[in-house]
Structures are given as C-alpha cells and as structure tokens.
Ligand binder design. Structure first.
Ligand code: 13P
Length: 298
C-alpha cells in the first residue's frame, strides 16, 4: 500500500528501527526491492533520484508511474520518494504523479537560501499530503559510483563542524521549515568508500536529542552492520542505499556469464533475471539490518 514517508518514519522513530530507501532506476530493481520487503514484512521506501536522470538513467516520467503502481499493489507499506530533488518544478511534477514524499536538496546553497527554499516546498507538499526531507550540512561523493560528481573530503576543511550538521542549527531549521525528516552530514559518502568510513555517530545522537524528528543517513552502502545499529539507536530512521545493491546485480550477471561457454547462446531476459536476484538478496540483507529492532519485537 502507498503511504507517506512521515507515516512510516514516525513509526520507525518510535520503534528505534530504520526504513531502507532504495533507488530503483529500472523495473527489476523496483520488483526486487518490493519483493524483499514483502518477504520480510517490513515497510520500504523506493526512490527516484533527479541526478540519475541527468546521468542518462531513466526519467521521472518513465519510471515514476510504475513506482507508484507497484507501491499501491504491495502488501507492505511503501513510500514513493523523490531523492535529491533540486528543481521546484520537478518536485511538483513528482507530487502530481503520486509520489508521497520529496527531498529538496538545497544543502549546497547558503543556509538562509536552503531554509527559504525548503520552507516553500513544505508549504506546497504538505497541502498535498506529501512528506518532505531536506538536507543540512555537506555530504561528500566518493570518486567511484557517485555518478561522476566531484569528490571531496573532510581533509579539505579545518574542522568537522564546518561541514557536518550542527545540532542547534538543525533544530532552528526544522522549526522554521516544518520538514518531516532531515538528512544529516556526519561522515557518510555516496558511492563506494575509498577508505574505511569514520562516522561521527555521537553527532547523530546530539542532533536527535535537539530535534526529535526522523533523521536520514545518505550513503548507506559500505557502512558496517555495527555502525548501522549505532546510527539507528542514535536516531537514524531512514537509510538511503543504492550503490551496493546495483553492484550486487552486476556481480550476479558476471557470475552467470562466467558459467557460459564461448559461443553458447545467452538471452537478455536471463541476464536481467540474474541481476534482479542479485539486487534482491543484497537489499534484503540490508533491510534485515535496518529493521533489526522491528523484527526482534515480533
Ligand atoms: P549509496 O551510494 O551509499 O548507496 O547511497 C545512496 C544514497 O544516499 C542515495 O541518496
């Protein structure tokens, strides 16, 4: 069933677990993600990233209605979310299409501008019963699998306070904008980690204590199970995850092709089915970690 992000994240915060938010830029990843969530009987967020469109993957018009259709037919609560939306018009198009949640990512803009844009988006989205996620602080992109955006690191700054989310500022931002969830910066990166992640997990707790709304961790691929559990116990309720799932799909295809002899007939539908199996196994494992407390309470 199609639900808003607020509905599932408020429950996740009350139960101290996280809901996985998986990017699904093709049919098989939608199917794999929903099937995995149904098998575990956990809520899930499927998301389309505006940046993926810029990189030549599927467009909102192509994939959006399919995502909404699968969500409506699912046996578990599914939120259809726009990830890293940057243009107001694009966000409104997603809302009209039936998306139940949007992220406005104005985190690269000066604080006051981020606040003003986020407030505007909340006004429109909330009138349509659509949830809103915003971002405060700077997240880095790794040089691999981050979609070609510039890589950067904490080494380029004098202190973590310059880039990571400030708890007091987060509180003010939430009160002024009315956002339903906030993506925070504390050391995770998009794409493949080139060095072992060093996360400022105490900062998550400080932000949670100051703000009291669901917090979002982007860059979920490559975070250890232990760090995931601590992050969740400290207040993370939505974990964005894409890179490892799509790599698992590609690795499954590589393994499958390795079983084929030179010149043996191969079929695209078999390749796609192998990719789906690979993605499903990987995202299901991630869901089990994210929902540890929910599953344990059953
Ligand atoms: P990963 O690249 O770590 O999977 O993160 C995806 C993400 O945060 C999308 O917003």
């Amino acid at each position: 069933m199609l639900v808003t992000m607020k509905e599932i994240l408020d429950k996740a915060m009350a139960g101290t677990y996280a809901v996985g938010a998986f990017n699904v830029p093709n049919l098989e990843s939608i199917q794999a993600t929903i099937e995995a969530a149904e098998e575990l009987d956990v809520p899930v967020i499927i998301q389309h990233a505006q940046v993926h469109e810029d990189e030549g993957l599927t467009t909102l018009d192509e994939i959006g209605p399919t995502m909404v259709g699968y969500a409506k037919r699912a046996k578990v609560p599914v939120c259809v979310h726009l990830d890293h939306g940057v243009d107001f018009d694009y966000l409104v198009r997603a809302m009209h299409m039936g998306f139940t949640s949007v992220m406005i990512d104005a985190s690269a803009k000066p604080y006051e501008e981020n606040l003003a844009i986020t407030k505007e988006v909340c006004k429109v989205a909330h009138a349509l019963n659509v949830s809103v996620e915003a971002e405060l602080g700077a997240m880095f992109n790794s040089a691999v699998g981050s979609g070609g955006r510039a890589a950067s690191s904490l080494d380029d700054y004098d202190s973590a306070d310059e880039v990571y989310t400030n708890p007091q500022q987060a509180k003010e931002f939430i009160e002024a904008t009315g956002v339903d969830a906030l993506a925070i910066a504390f050391g995770t990166v998009h794409g493949v980690y080139l060095t072992k992640p060093a996360l400022d997990l105490d900062r998550v707790k400080l932000i949670h204590d100051a703000c009291g709304i669901p917090l979002v961790m982007h860059g979920g691929s490559g975070v250890s199970d232990e760090d995931n559990r601590t992050a969740i116990n400290n207040g993370i309720t939505k974990i964005n995850y894409y890179t490892y799932g799509t790599m698992a799909g590609a690795n499954a295809v590589r393994d499958y092709l390795a079983t084929k002899a030179e010149g043996e007939k191969i079929f695209f539908h078999d390749i796609v089915a192998e990719a789906k199996k690979g993605i499903k196994a990987d995202v299901k494992r991630a869901m089990e970690i994210f929902a540890t407390n929910l599953l344990a309470a059953r």
